[in-house]
Design a protein around this ligand. Structure first.
Ligand code: UTP
Length: 232
């Protein structure tokens, strides 16, 4: 791959987007092709989440009495399996073994413009890893590719009248994230609270999109108009 010229972009892909049980191979294949194409224009750092696979392992481990730290570590292992699947499909020079720290990912991006990684250490999620990576790379934007098409004023799964918020300030977004936050392993919330604080401080704009719509994801990566929510 030749050296790209535009500013880096970071993408956090939710595990719930990677592993749905439906057309997952076709989706990962399309995502890998998209990343190779857009990676020619700009360095891209990708994090992959663990989704329901991670939660199933964490639930089983919790029944066995493992500590929260051990459960987080199991979650991290699953996120790294997902990183391996995507990195393997992208192929060289993307490293097949996901970097295990943000610092190592930054170094890898000097060598090849496209890096895929999972989690790093206990206590946050891959959204948090993506935020730290975005700051270290001085990314121009970060994309959260998730199973919903944006941020809603209430949980759309339980409130059919929930309204999508297309533009939000960091303050408003922080309120929404903190309202649903908890720190237990495998817990689901719209975005990681570490990530919100890190991105707000660095003033890196965040786009939230439905990750399975690859054409829309590409528009968000390239900074064109997209369907979803923007936090800035
Ligand atoms: P995820 O990043 O997948 O979290 O990590 P999530 O909130 O379930 O996100 P989606 O659903 O994939 O979008 C899964 C679990 O792995 C542990 C946490 O327990 C997290 O809930 N983890 C992950 C860490 O402890 N540290 C990390 O850096 C990443």
């Amino acid at each position: 791959m030749e050296r790209p010229s535009s500013a880096p972009v970071v993408i956090s892909i939710g595990g719930s987007v990677i592993w749905t049980g439906e057309d997952d191979a076709r989706y990962l294949d399309g995502l890998a092709t998209l990343l190779r194409r857009t990676g020619k224009r700009r360095p891209i750092g990708v994090t992959t989440g663990g989704g329901s696979m991670a939660r199933q392992y964490i639930e089983l481990g919790r029944k066995l009495g493992l500590t929260e730290v051990e459960l987080d570590e199991i979650g991290i292992d699953v996120t790294r399996l997902h990183a391996r699947l995507l990195a393997g499909r992208i192929g060289p020079p993307t490293p097949a073994h996901p970097p295990t720290t943000v610092a190592a990912a930054v170094q890898e991006i000097q060598r090849g413009p496209l890096v895929v990684m999972g989690g790093t250490e206990p206590g946050h999620t891959t959204d948090g890893v993506a935020a730290l990576l975005a700051v270290r790379l001085r990314a121009t934007r970060i994309i959260n590719a998730t199973s919903v098409n944006g941020i809603y004023d209430r949980d759309p799964r339980t409130h059919p009248a929930a309204k999508r918020l297309e533009r939000l300030s960091w303050e408003r977004f922080r309120e929404i994230v903190h309202a649903g936050a908890s720190s237990a392993a495998g817990q689901q919330f719209p975005f990681d609270h570490l990530a919100v604080n890190v991105l707000a401080r660095a003033k890196i704009p965040l786009a939230i999109v439905q990750g399975r719509d690859l054409a829309n994801l590409e528009r968000a990566i390239e900074g064109r108009s997209f369907d979803g929510s923007r936090v800035e």
